[in-house]
Every structure is written in structure tokens, then in C-alpha cells.
Design a protein around this ligand. Structure first.
Ligand code: C5P
Length: 222
């Protein structure tokens, strides 16, 4: 193995991908955003006009598509069938539909297997909802990032403004709560903190502070 497996889980907009990218950079590890994989499948289903409760058709999409990542200055680009969907998968429509797709057993089974293959040699920071509990139960480092829902809605609001999206703050908070509820209450590998994960509350911390907390945990295992 060339380095550890670092699993970073937590609810929506807790800052997982931002800090995961920086941690990966610091340790020269690969970064893998598993949420992007669920989002890419959701985008393709929407584009093909497939209803989100049509489980067999959505499972077929996963089977027949190839999701790949390439690193870039900002972290990574996401491709499905060689189309760059890095921006399209962040739309409000995909964000508010993805939990339904992520609850489908056949989708989780296939994407988890792909994630395990990506992580098998270690030297990886993988973020998601079930990485420490289901995808990489033996990861040497498990982090569970949380933040108050008000703070998470504020962060999402700021990001949106930069992208020219103007959803009101209270609406964003309701969307985040709804997504967390669905992700935490689905039958298969719901969002939950692994018993051996280190929980970090990022509400009052800067990005750098969170990165340095995680780096401490990693260094303690090296
Ligand atoms: O991390 P992000 O917010 O991009 O994830 C989008 C959605 O993908 C989550 O709300 C969840 O429904 C799903 N997901 C998942 N398991 C993961 C990563 C993401 O179910 N490991």
C-alpha cells in the first residue's frame, strides 16, 4: 500500500469536499468525491427522462456508464461517458433528486464496488456518506464532519451566490434538512457516524483548522 485510506463522511454541505481536496493535496493522496458519482447517475437519468423511481432503468444506467475523474487545479473534473459533467451535477435539480437515486440498492452496490476498486491501494481521501461504515470499513482514518444546519445553509448560500444562483437561505436550509433526512433514513448504508470515526464539528472552525485537525489524525496513524 502507498499510504492510508482516509474516509470522510458527514451530512450535506458540512465542507467535506473542500477539506478532503486540501488533505489529499497535503499528503499527495488521490481524492475521490463519491457524491459526484451518485450525482452523475442522477444527471444522466434526468437527461434521459427516466423517472427517479424507475429502479431497473437507473440501475441499467450505472451498469452501462463509465464515470471517471481527472485531477485539475480546483480538485477534479467528473466525466460520465467522457462528457465533462463537473458543473452540471451541481445543479439544484440534481441536488434535490440525488438522494432518491442513492437509495436504490443496485446503484449503491455497483458504485460502492467501483469506489472500493479506486481505493484499494490506499493513498486516498474519499468523501461521502457511507465510506467509513460500508465502502471502506477498514479505513485507517475515519472522519465524521458535522456543522449546524444554519451554518451549512449559509455556506451553500455563499457558494450559490458566486454561481449566480439566488435560492433564499431558508429554502436552502429546508433542502439540506430534507436531503439529510433521506440520506439518514434509507434502508441501505444510511448516513451515520462509524463507531471508530473521529467527529469534527466545523461550525466555528476555518477550513485550515479542519484540515489541520484531520492531518493530525492521519499523522498519528502513519
Ligand atoms: O456529497 P454530495 O452532497 O455531493 O452527495 C450527493 C448525494 O449523494 C448525497 O445527498 C447522498 O444521497 C448521495 N451519496 C451517498 N453515498 C455517498 C456519497 C453520496 O448516498 N457515499
Amino acid at each position: 500500500k502507498n499510504g492510508l485510506q482516509v474516509a470522510i463522511d458527514g451530512p450535506a454541505s458540512a465542507g467535506k469536499s473542500t477539506v478532503a481536496k486540501l488533505v489529499a493535496k497535503q499528503f499527495n493522496y488521490i481524492y475521490c468525491d463519491t457524491g459526484a458519482m451518485y450525482r452523475a447517475v442522477t444527471l444522466k437519468a434526468i437527461q434521459q427522462g427516466i423517472s427517479l423511481d424507475n429502479e431497473p432503468e437507473i440501475a441499467k444506467i450505472v451498469k452501462e456508464s463509465k464515470i471517471t475523474f481527472t485531477p485539475d487545479e480546483t480538485g477534479q473534473k467528473v466525466f460520465i461517458d467522457h462528457h465533462d459533467v463537473s458543473e452540471a451535477i451541481r445543479s439544484e435539480e440534481v441536488t434535490n433528486s440525488v438522494s432518491a437515486v442513492a437509495a436504490i440498492a443496485a446503484v449503491r452496490k455497483q458504485l460502492s464496488a467501483q469506489q472500493q476498486a479506486i481505493a484499494k491501494d490506499g493513498g486516498i481521501v474519499m468523501d461521502g456518506r457511507d465510506i467509513g461504515t460500508a465502502v471502506l470499513p477498514n479505513a485507517e482514518v475515519k472522519i465524521f464532519l458535522v456543522a449546524s444546519v444554519e451554518e451549512r445553509a449559509k455556506r451553500r448560500y455563499k457558494e450559490n451566490i458566486q454561481k449566480g444562483i439566488n435560492t433564499p437561505l431558508d429554502e436552502l436550509q429546508l433542502e439540506i434538512e430534507a436531503r439529510d433526512y433521506k440520506d439518514s433514513h434509507r434502508k441501505i448504508s444510511p448516513l451515520t457516524k462509524a463507531t471508530d470515526a473521529t467527529e469534527i464539528d466545523t461550525t466555528a472552525l476555518s477550513i485550515d483548522q479542519v484540515v489541520s485537525e484531520i492531518a493530525k489524525v492521519i499523522n498519528s496513524k502513519l
